[in-house]
Design a protein around this ligand. Structure first.
Ligand SMILES: Cc1cc2nc3c(=O)[nH]c(=O)nc-3n(C[C@H](O)[C@H](O)[C@H](O)COP(=O)(O)OP(=O)(O)OC[C@H]3O[C@@H](n4cnc5c(N)ncnc54)[C@H](O)[C@@H]3O)c2cc1C
Length: 480
């Protein structure tokens, strides 16, 4: 109902992972399915997903070393790991990854594999892919009423910018409202929710880069929780997350001072240089729309997804509770399987997404450095930082936004931090961006580098230049 990925999906820890800690809750099916997804997703989107090694320092008083080793053995073997390297044991007194830790405290550790994703771009590229296959994407459109008559759903949609309402007819509906899944059901659908969503807040902090190497850490906290420390956007470190039940409007969730302090204190237990709230350059917070399985603690609530299928008057409405970014593709295919008896198209019944690259992802998993080099060859005026950023964001489609440019000036106005008018125009025309925030906090994370003045200048430029989106062009009968 707002921009793409403005709900939970840009506020995650950004891990494409099996979830090592879920093994403790015996969630073997979830962990296995998620582990398999790591390499599937990496291969269909190698520009926005990258492998990441996690260092797990061990010290007495927490989970015993043998239990960790056993968990990591399972983690390595139950989920079809072919490309990612296996777990190894570490001598933290000698290995470089021991250096950023409190001296003489950790001698033993483990290093294992997972993947890291640009979550907001994953959402945008999935929408781009759907649009390329004929779907109509309407951002900033709220479903305000859902009614069923004669086996057909009629959805009243309000444009949240203009207030103009329109109507959509559908044979089947998927309610993927995330934290708002129950609100959607309450808008006239006639369905009484049987399942319940449990809203669990999680916050992250971003600080300037804490160490030079490229590995992440997984720290076990005294309260049984874990906190990740992840190299982020080249010059920063991402730290998170918290887990606490949330009662309020998910659109207004914010990291509290208490959560910021908790995260700083947690990692300072491990790091040689303590992290303080004053070091924090950015925070973000999201609400997990978990399936409420009655677990007593937020951290123990299942991360698996559950479907509820209702067919009032014969028209199917599939509501989704819970899930993870990692399992989004499997979830989507399973949703269509559940709906297939009601759909005419045979294609809907066959899963095909595992082998179909997302836009810009049609390359080998190791091809990003070559793509960056190719961009520099074709556009010698690009700095390596600029080329690398474009390669990661747009993959093989990067040249599309650079066009026939022969110099940086040909890319139009510069907004700072390598953001140019050509890219802004591309994002508005082809990726549904409308505001500066859409561009600097979701289509990219350049907000970490741009000043408030530069972001305001971008907003002014967007307001003054009326760049047409694909939809506007289509409605005007133009080519897209
Ligand atoms: C702190 C935190 C850390 C996480 N870390 C990870 C992780 O590392 N790895 C992982 O795999 N997962 C992680 N997750 C889980 C993951 O982020 C979520 O499972 C996922 O983003 C949920 O996606 P969704 O599409 O269900 O919900 P959302 O992303 O919230 O999308 C729901 C969408 O529905 C729209 N909507 C709602 N009501 C209406 C309406 N009436 N009309 C139109 N649109 C409507 C909203 O605007 C929103 O865009 C994390 C979550 C959190 C909060």
């Amino acid at each position: 109902m707002n921009d793409l990925a403005s709900g939970t999906s840009s506020w995650s820890t950004k891990l494409v992972h099996g979830g090592l800690r879920y093994l403790e809750y015996y969630e073997f099916r979830l962990v296995r399915e998620a582990l398999i997804e790591r390499e599937v997703l990496w291969q269909i989107a190698p520009h926005i997903i990258r492998p990441l090694r996690f260092v797990l320092p061990h010290h007495a008083g927490l989970r015993p070393a043998w239990l960790l080793r056993l968990g990591l053995f399972l983690y390595d073997h139950i989920g079809g790991r072919n490309l990612l390297p296996p777990t190894r044991s570490l001598d933290l007194s000698k290995d470089e990854v021991g250096k950023p830790l409190v001296p003489n405290r950790f001698s033993k550790g483990f290093e294992y594999s997972d993947c890291f994703v640009d979550d907001a771009r994953l959402v945008v590229l999935t929408a781009r892919d759907a649009a390329d296959r004929g779907a109509e994407i309407r951002t900033r459109s709220r479903a305000v009423e859902i009614r069923q008559a004669d086996g057909i759903w009629q959805v009243t949609v309000e444009d949240t910018a203009t207030g103009i309402r329109s109507s959509i007819k559908a044979r089947a509906l998927v309610n993927a409202g995330g934290p708002w899944v129950e609100d959607v059901l309450r808008s006239g659908s006639g369905v009484n929710a049987r399942a319940k969503v449990r809203l669990v807040q999680g916050s992250h902090i971003v600080v300037r880069k804490l160490y030079a190497h490229d590995r992440a850490y997984m720290f076990q906290n005294g309260d049984g929780r874990i906190v990740f420390v992840i190299p982020y956007q080249d010059d920063f470190t991402l730290i998170g997350t918290t887990d606490r039940d949330f009662d309020g409007d998910p659109a207004k969730v914010k990291a509290s001072a208490e959560e910021i302090k908790y995260l700083c204190d947690s990692v300072s237990e491990y790091l040689a240089h303590a992290v303080a709230p004053e070091d924090v350059v950015w925070t973000y917070s999201g609400v997990r729309p978990l399936y409420d399985d009655g677990a007593s603690e937020a951290k123990a609530a299942t991360r698996d997804y559950v479907f509820e299928l209702d067919t009032p008057g014969g028209a199917p409405l599939l509501s989704i509770y819970g899930g993870k970014i990692t399992t989004y593709r499997r979830l989507a295919e399973e949703a269509l399987e559940r709906l297939s008896p009601y759909l005419r198209s045979a294609k809907a019944r066959e899963g095909w997404t595992a082998k179909s690259p997302l836009p810009g992802g049609d390359m080998d998993v190791s091809a990003i450095p070559a793509l960056s080099a190719e961009l520099i060859r074709g556009y010698p005026f690009l700095s390596s930082v600029h080329a690398n950023r474009l390669a990661h964001a747009y993959g093989t489609r990067a040249a599309k936004l650079l066009g026939p440019a022969k110099s940086l000036a040909d890319l139009g106005k510069s907004f700072g931090a390598t953001l140019t008018e050509s890219e802004v125009r591309y994002l508005i025309a082809h990726e549904w961006a409308r505001t500066a925030e859409d561009i600097v906090w979701r289509r990219s994370k350049l907000g970490l580098r741009l000043s408030a003045g530069e972001i305001a200048a971008l907003e002014e430029w967007i307001a003054a230049n009326h760049v047409a989106s694909e939809r506007v062009l289509r409605e005007a009968g133009g080519r897209t």
